[in-house]
Design a protein around this ligand. Sequence first.
Ligand code: ZN
Length: 180
Amino acid sequence: MLFFLINFLLLIFFYIFAFKLINEIYMGKKQHLKINGIEIGKEELKKRFTDYNNLYFNGELNECNFSFFSKNITYLGWYCSKNDKNDNPKDKIWIGTCVKWDDESLKQIMIHEMVHMYVYRIKKCKFDGLFGHGKRFRQKCKQIKNDYGVDALTLPKVEFIDKKNSPKLWERIFLLLFDR
Ligand SMILES: [Zn+2]
């Protein structure tokens, strides 16, 4: 009896968690983000993506769409690989809205996510180390840094809009130890 009760409770907790997550990602979806107080839409991000693709990736990357995380999600960026039903790549990069972006830090995170895309699509590597920051990822980041002086490996130093969202000490230590 107790076993069933515990299972039932776990299931309820799982549904609440899943619902909250889906709600955050899909319902909280924003249409733009602010850079120095100026609103930037998805089309502008697509334009920048094309520029960076030509500049740093020889124009090799496929097309990409953009979405914004709601401000309660504390990720800065996320690359999501996907194919449509005709098996054409339909990738998406999510950009966080929990921090105060400027042009430079936004560029850094966009190129960071684009390197993930490069490893997955061009290098055809589905698993490149824990968090995807393995050998191939680092190699490409290093090349971009050497050739163009853009650092896509270290996360940009950005201020969180809501201070309580900024990474805790244990998160920093965890990332320092394992995210490499
Ligand atoms: Zn990453």
